[in-house]
Design a protein around this ligand. Sequence first.
Ligand code: ADP
Ligand code: MG
Length: 352
Amino acid sequence: MKIHDVGLLASSVALLLVVSESCAILSPSGTPVVLKRTQMHMGTLVSITAVGQTNRDANEAINAGFQEVKRLEQLLSTWIPESELSRVNIAAGRKPVLVSPETMTVVQRSLQVAEMTEGAFNIAIGPAVDAWSVSAEPRIPTAAELEVLKPLMDLHAVHVNVRERTIYLEKSGMRIDVGGIGKGYAADQAVMAMKKAGGVAGVVALSGDIKTFGWLPDGNKFSVGIQHPRKEGVILAEIDLQDEAISTAGDYERFFEKDGIRYHHILDPNTLQPARGCQSVSVIAKEGVWADGLDTGIFVLGPGRGMELVEQLDDVEAIIVDQAGQVHVSSGLRNRVRILLEVEGEGRSPKP
Ligand code: ADP
Ligand code: MG
């Protein structure tokens, strides 16, 4: 059994920033400055690039971005026992919990993505993810074990009261976790904070969840690379973004292999087994919260139904690498994305 958990390491960065890798491009006075800094937050590597009129402006924009990510982590992380979401989870089956507007928004968006993806995206799936413990000591849970957990994944039992600003999980043992959408939301919010602090352009990248605003001082857009799903650190495709977000869900981030079969961290809520249709899904949208929620949901839907959904949505595009290694590009991206390499198909899948 091989265990791979690169989710927390620098090498896991699903989307590598191609441009602005340099730490500081100091320019002659009068022209904008580009700065980049990296820190660990939300269990991942967060890089923030800022363009400012001065060194100080760019630095302040970066500080504001990191500050916002840290603030949201305190609200949303289920690794922090006192976070708002942890308090919602602890009160499951007992009582509603008052939450901040930010937590409310993420949970509402999560339920919207669930609806858009016909339940493929499900923030209550945590107990099943734990049963697989894909990132700790990997094991294959029995069908009976998973069946017992199924009622806990019922999204009708997640009650959101907008007026009172409370969230109530009706069944004890239920748990909500925004691991599949929260980083995209944090990228959006960090960008807003950077703009407020005087940043004129920039990029916030929480591992594979990236949001950009504006453009580089030379007039170029921010170029991002999409990670090859089977070659660590190798870029499969490139795309230029302006005031857009990109997010990638892949089966290579946290997984283990047994008897030649890959078991990874994105589960199909119908079967509670790892979703089998894709190797990776990258979604581009105006906002990171949609890009992040949809990449996970579309990963579960698979390339056929997933691309159908993308084509129905305005301002949402996708690059899907299916299980056979075929790269599917949505109609709005065909002239924008540069595919650099091919992907091999999968050797073995479990018997249905
Ligand atoms: P990451 O960048 O952390 O890998 P993803 O956007 O790829 O995030 O989402 C993966 C995370 O989402 C998993 O770690 C798990 O906690 C959660 N998850 C797994 N399956 C689902 C699902 N069907 N719906 C929503 N969240 C899921
Ligand atoms: Mg996601």
